[in-house]
Design a protein around this ligand. Structure first.
Ligand code: URA
Length: 229
């Protein structure tokens, strides 16, 4: 692939901007400084750098972000900054989108990608990819609430439909681990409310087989292999 096209595909700007980066000798490929924007580059296992910042060529970008509270999963945030503000501008330029949304005050594992099929597979109710949350409740959890969450509760926008958690475990008096397969609007908070309690804080710990890594601080992100989900 032509060098300037490769840079453009990775979010470094328009072709003209990428051409200028190369002409200014700000780009190195496999350790070698480049000056020809039209050089043919093999993109397999490609390490390159721009202004000495290392990058690896990614045909599609798959990113895991430890979402902190106070960020919106929206391209047009209303009251708080967007999660995209936590990512390098190259990833935003190449059009990363959130794989489902977390509420502004929800923390934890958020996936972002520019692979539309991947978003569809992970968010479509047909596939029912499991999402595990840790919820902090206002009142101590009791057996009736656990039974309601396991057996199914009715949400106000779907009367007559019983929505059950895939799994619910009590962690301690005011903490629940709750796993769901769908992704309805405010689903976990509304299920806990419908069971007779109140969700005071919500944290997503896992999506499919992928757990939020312990060493990834709030606000930090890393590349992931989509096959790990
Ligand atoms: N359920 C909610 O209520 N909020 C989230 O952010 C995610 C799931």
């Amino acid at each position: 692939m032509q060098l300037e096209r490769m840079l453009q595909s990775q979010g470094f700007g328009t072709r003209r901007e990428c051409r200028a980066l190369v002409r200014m000798e700000r780009v190195a490929v496999r350790g070698e400084t480049m000056d020809d924007p039209f050089a043919d580059i093999d993109t397999v296992d490609l390490d390159f750098s721009v202004d000495d910042v290392p990058w690896r060529y990614q045909e599609k970008a798959y990113v895991l972000l430890h979402k902190p509270a106070g960020y919106e999963c929206s391209q047009k945030p209303k009251h708080h900054p967007a999660v995209f503000a936590l990512l390098p501008p190259q990833l935003v330029t190449r059009g990363l989108q959130c794989v489902g949304r977390l509420d502004e005050d929800t923390t934890g594992l958020l996936l972002l990608t520019d692979d539309g099929q991947f978003i569809h597979r992970l968010t479509s109710p047909k596939h029912g990819v499991l999402k595990r949350y840790v919820a902090t409740t206002k009142h101590p959890v009791d057996d009736a609430q656990l039974a309601a969450l396991r057996g199914g509760v009715e949400l106000n926008d779907a009367p007559g439909v019983s929505v059950a958690a895939h799994a619910v475990e009590q962690i301690d008096a005011n903490h629940l681990s709750i796993t769901i397969g769908e992704g309805r609007y405010h689903q976990v908070k509304r299920m806990i409310a419908a069971a007779g309690n109140r969700c005071e804080a919500l944290h997503r710990a896992a999506v499919g087989r992928l757990e939020l890594p312990d060493d990834l601080a709030p606000g930090q992100w890393r590349w992931i292999d989509p096959n790990d989900i």
